[in-house]
Design a protein around this ligand. Structure first.
Ligand code: AMP
Length: 422
C-alpha cells in the first residue's frame, strides 16, 4: 500500500506507543515547575510576524531564513511561532501580569516551527518546554532558573550533561566588545561564510554562533566578552556564579555562548549533552532585560530558558533510561458467546464509570485468542464470562501474573477491585 499523503519534511507523528514517553516528560516538567512555583501559560501557535521580527532581531537565522510566515485572508502577516519567549512576554504585557514587587513565574510547552535543514535532533516542527521569570534582575533568580532546569534533567535520570554559563553583557558593554570582534575578524573576512560576512557588518556577536567549520576555526582565538563586561554586569555575573555554588550546581564557563537571539543580555547558559553529537544543546536560556519594554510594556527585566523534547528523548535513549511504560488495563474481559458479550459490555461500562480500566477483544471469538490478547496488553486480570456464569450471576476472575482463578458474584465485582486497590 502506498500512502496518498506524505508528512511535510521535518515533521513527524507521535505514535501511540511513543506518546507515553512524551507524557512522562511533560508530567515531570509540570511537577518540577509546580515545585518551584511556576505556573502554566498557553499562547496561540501563530502571532503577528512583527512580534518575532522586532524581538528576535532581523539578522538572526530564525528571522532571516527560518520563519513560517503567511498572509491571512485579510492580508495580515502572521508567523507560526518559532520560539516561546516573545509570545509569553507579549501576553504578560497585554494582560498586565507583572506589578512592582510582584514578579511572574510561568512555564509553557508546545510546538514551535522553524524552516531549518532537518536532521537528527533538528526538525521543522519541534516541541519546546520553557520557563520565564519576569520582574526581577536579582542574580539569585538567574541561579534559580538554572536550578529548575538542572533539577528537571536530573530527575529524568540524565547524568551525562554539563551546564555552561556566560555573561554576554548589556548594550553598554557590548560596544567595545563588538569593536574588538570586528578588528579580530576583519583580516579573515574573505574566508568567512556568506552569512558571517554580513554578520560582521550587522551583528558581529553572531559570528561566535556560526556552525560552519571554517568560521569555527577562525573563531578559535576570538576575544572573550568576559574581558569587556562593565562593573554592573561583572558583579551580576559573579553573584550568579556564587549562587550556583551555594545551590551546589556544577558549571563550566564558556565565553563563546552568545545565544542566537537579539533580546538576550547578561547571563546566558546552556545545558549540553556530552553524548549527543551535533545537536547537543538540551536547554538554552538567558536574561532578556530590555524585551518587555521593547514589546510595549514597563521596563521589567526577565530571564528564562527553553529546551526541546526531541533532544531530551534522544538523550534518554542514549543513556538507556527506561521511562513511560504504556499503561495496561486492570481487567480484560473474555466473552464466551453472544449473550455473554451483550451483558458483558454493560458491565464494562459500569466498571469504567467506576474508574477501573477495562478492555476486551471485540473481533476475537475463541477463548484462546481472547486470552492471548489479555496477555499481550499485560492486563492484570482476565474476567471470563460464559453462559454458565451468566446463569449463576458469576464471573471467573483470573490473576494473570499468579495464574490463580476464582469465581465471584457479578454484584461483588466492584468490591473485588476496591479491595485490590487498598
Ligand atoms: P533555542 O530556542 O534555539 O534557544 O533552542 C532551545 C532548545 O530548543 C534547543 O536547545 C533544542 O533543545 C531545541 N530546539 C531548537 N531548535 C530545534 C529544532 N529545529 N529541532 C528540535 N529541537 C530544537
Amino acid at each position: 500500500m502506498t500512502p496518498k499523503y506524505k508528512l511535510p519534511r521535518g515533521t513527524f507523528d507521535i505514535l501511540p506507543d511513543q506518546s507515553k514517553k512524551w507524557q512522562f516528560i511533560r508530567d515531570k516538567f509540570q511537577q518540577i515547575c509546580e515545585r518551584y512555583a511556576y505556573f502554566e501559560i498557553q499562547t496561540p501557535i501563530f502571532e503577528q510576524a512583527d512580534l518575532f521580527e522586532r524581538s528576535i532581531g532581523d539578522t538572526s537565522d530564525i528571522i532571516e531564513k527560518e520563519m513560517y510566515k503567511f498572509k491571512d485572508k485579510k492580508g495580515r502577516i502572521y508567523a507560526l511561532r518559532p520560539e516561546g519567549t516573545a509570545p509569553v512576554v507579549r501576553s504578560v504585557v497585554a494582560n498586565n501580569l507583572v506589578q512592582p514587587q510582584n514578579p511572574i513565574k510561568i512555564h509553557y510547552m508546545g510546538p514551535m516551527f522553524r524552516y531549518d535543514r532537518p536532521q537528527k535532533g533538528r526538525y521543522r516542527q519541534f516541541h519546546q518546554y520553557g520557563i520565564e521569570f519576569i520582574g526581577s534582575d536579582d542574580p539569585y533568580i538567574d541561579a534559580e532558573v538554572i536550578a529548575l532546569g538542572d533539577t528537571f534533567l536530573k530527575e529524568l535520570g540524565l547524568k551525562n550533561y554539563t551546564l555552561e554559563i556566560n555573561s554576554i553583557g548589556c548594550p553598554d558593554c557590548s560596544g567595545d566588545f563588538e569593536k574588538a570582534l570586528k578588528e579580530y575578524y576583519e583580516p579573515y573576512k574573505d574566508s568567512l561564510c556568506n552569512d558571517c560576512q554580513i554578520r560582521l557588518d550587522k551583528n558581529p556577536k553572531r559570528l561566535l554562533d556560526c556552525k560552519v567549520q571554517e568560521c569555527k576555526k577562525i573563531s578559535e582565538n576570538v576575544p572573550s566578552i568576559l574581558d569587556y563586561l562593565d562593573d554592573k554586569c561583572r558583579i551580576h555575573y559573579d553573584s550568579v556564579k556564587k549562587y550556583l555554588k551555594d545551590l551546589e550546581i556544577p558549571f563550566i564557563i564558556n565565553p563563546r555562548i552568545v545565544r542566537g537571539l537579539d533580546y538576550y543580555s547578561q547571563t546566558a547558559f546552556e545545558f549540553v549533552d556530552t553524548n549527543l553529537g551535533a545537536q547537543s544543546t538540551l536547554i538554552g536560556g538567558g536574561r532578556y532585560n530590555g524585551l518587555m519594554a521593547q514589546l510595549g510594556g514597563k521596563d521589567y527585566p526577565g530571564i528564562g530558558f527553553a529546551g526541546g523534547f526531541e533532544r531530551l528523548l534522544l538523550s534518554l535513549e542514549v543513556e538507556k533510561i527506561s521511562f513511560g511504560e504504556s499503561p495496561s488495563p486492570t481487567a480484560f474481559f473474555v466473552f464466551l458467546g453472544k449473550k455473554a458479550k451483550k451483558e458483558g459490555i454493560k458491565l464494562i461500562q459500569q466498571l469504567r464509570r467506576y474508574g477501573i480500566s477495562c478492555d476486551f477483544a471485540l473481533q476475537k471469538e475463541s477463548m484462546k485468542a481472547q486470552m492471548k490478547a489479555a496477555d499481550k496488553c499485560k492486563a492484570k486480570f482476565a474476567l471470563i464470562l460464559g453462559d454458565n456464569e451468566l446463569e449463576n450471576n458469576e464471573i471467573v476472575v483470573k490473576d494473570l501474573a499468579l495464574g490463580s482463578q476464582q469465581k465471584i458474584g457479578l454484584a461483588n465485582i466492584i468490591d473485588f477491585f476496591n479491595k485490590k486497590k487498598s
